[in-house]
Design a protein around this ligand. Structure first.
Ligand code: PFF
Length: 445
């Protein structure tokens, strides 16, 4: 079968587009805030380098060697027990599951772009009330924007690797970087920038416990889009003789830089105009709009630009979350791209409606079990079980199952003396870390 190939820069931007998402701009700043800033940031950077980077290379390698959808790639590359190993490729399902709530959140962002054009909430209290009213009572608005997200994402997927995914990333990623760079430059001129800088980089080790470590590893995985076949699927469309290590480096570098730039900028604004950093998941939807209000008219402009950037980040990640299963149905069941994209789109869209309703007051009691509503359950199961499990399987697969000489022939020329370190990390450090993270996120440890 003829597969469209990414251009070199197209691949890096698409993989970076996958990695840079709501995780960087929405999640990273608030968990860094919760765990006291600096020390957490250092632990996170350390895990990104030690575990994230090596799994990123491994995931790209499986895609690059297999050249097919995730399931077929596992099947082709396993020297024995093929019918068992192919199940390793079903980690692609995690992406579809993540989309169930990711698309709803993108819907909120669309809504915030529109409301930022008019009046911003004057206080944090008011902002909180606005957000909660939308979340817990307003089905129509959420459904409208969730539908818009579904249409956009599905449309891009129907256009394929070149004309859809690569094209969107080539436009939205530079736009996102430009917006963030502009707002960051403004933040550096404010008095509180140094305060934000200290918060992000001077470690307060008292806030770090084993839980912070687990959260850091889990987040490193989520933010780098690892463990669910997104990067693997993109890498199946890499040109022959591509340098995997270089591409992986760029993706990790861009993802980390953007998370840190976003964090520094948000904390500067929150120190200068708002209530300070530690504000939980509502940080960008509650504290930030109130801080923008204090800036006057420039705050409105910033609010629109900020939520636009957040939407761009979310959309480029979304297509990568769905593409593995789209590719699977194209490859294994000979579905047309159009059919596969629409079916996968409908899957996350329709179940996404249940996730949306589970936040609505009148329905939540029917959609809540064991203290978590459906929305939170999907988040929990994907982040605590599916992604670490996917990471574990991939590390073991490349470290122990694929013939070492094959791995070596591709990776040694690229990694040089670092090859053995990478291989060791894949065999021993990463699987153990993944296992510990999974058990402790599941509450077993
Ligand atoms: N990396 C994305 C983020 O930080 O928001 C989320 C994500 C995208 C996770 C794609 C996994 C994935 F395969």
């Amino acid at each position: 079968m003829k597969i469209a190939r990414f251009s070199r820069i197209g691949f890096i931007l698409a993989a970076a587009g996958s990695a840079v998402g709501l995780g960087n701009i929405w999640k990273f700043p608030y968990i860094a805030g919760e765990y006291g800033g600096g020390a957490f940031v250092l632990v996170y950077l350390f895990t990104v380098l030690l575990i994230g980077f090596s799994i990123m290379i491994a995931e790209m390698l499986i895609g690059y060697m297999g050249r097919r959808d995730t399931v077929t790639s596992f099947e082709l590359l396993a020297p024995t027990n093929k019918s068992l190993w192919k199940y390793g490729g079903f980690q692609g399902l995690a992406g579809l599951f993540i989309m169930i709530f990711y698309s709803v959140v993108i819907g909120w962002i669309f809504h915030y772009i529109v409301t930022s054009l008019s009046v911003l909430p004057a206080t944090v209290k008011e902002a909180e009330a606005t957000f909660n009213t939308m979340l817990h009572t307003d089905i129509v608005t959420q459904l409208f924007y969730h539908t818009l997200a579904f249409i956009w994402i599905t449309y891009v997927l129907t256009k394929g690797i070149k004309g859809g995914i690569e094209k969107m990333n080539m436009i939205l990623m530079p736009a996102l970087m430009l917006i963030l760079a502009g707002m960051f430059a403004y933040a550096t001129t404010l008095d509180t920038f140094s305060q934000a800088f200290n918060f992000m980089f001077s470690p307060d080790w008292s806030k770090i416990d084993s839980n912070a470590f687990v959260v850091a590893v889990g987040h490193a995985f989520f933010t780098l889009s690892l463990g669910m076949g997104a990067i693997m699927t993109y890498a199946a469309s890499l040109e022959k003789n591509s340098n995997i290590v270089k591409a992986a480096f760029w993706v990790v570098f861009l993802d980390t830089t953007i998370a840190i730039v976003a964090g520094l900028m948000l904390f500067t604004f929150l120190y200068q105009y708002g209530a300070g950093p530690a504000k939980g998941p509502g940080l960008v939807f509650i504290s930030l709009p109130a801080a923008f209000y204090e800036m006057g008219i420039i705050g409105n402009i910033f609010a629109v630009l900020f939520f636009l950037a957040l939407a761009f980040a979310g959309l480029t990640s979304s297509v990568s979350l769905v593409e593995p299963m789209v590719q699977y149905f194209i490859d294994r069941f000979s579905w047309s791209r159009l059919k596969a994209s629409i079916m996968m789109g409908l899957f996350f869209y329709l179940i996404g409606i249940i996730a949306l309703l589970s936040n609505i007051d009148t329905y939540s009691e029917y959609l809540t079990w064991g203290g978590k509503n459906f929305f939170d359950w999907v988040d929990y199961v994907t982040a605590a079980i599916m992604l670490p499990l996917g990471g574990f399987i991939m590390a073991v697969f490349v470290g122990f199952v694929i013939d070492k000489s094959k791995v070596e022939s591709i990776m040694k020329p690229q990694l040089g003396f670092a090859f053995e370190t990478w291989y060791f990390s894949l065999r021993y450090i990463t699987p153990i870390a993944m296992f510990v993270v999974m058990l402790s996120l599941m509450g077993v440890l």
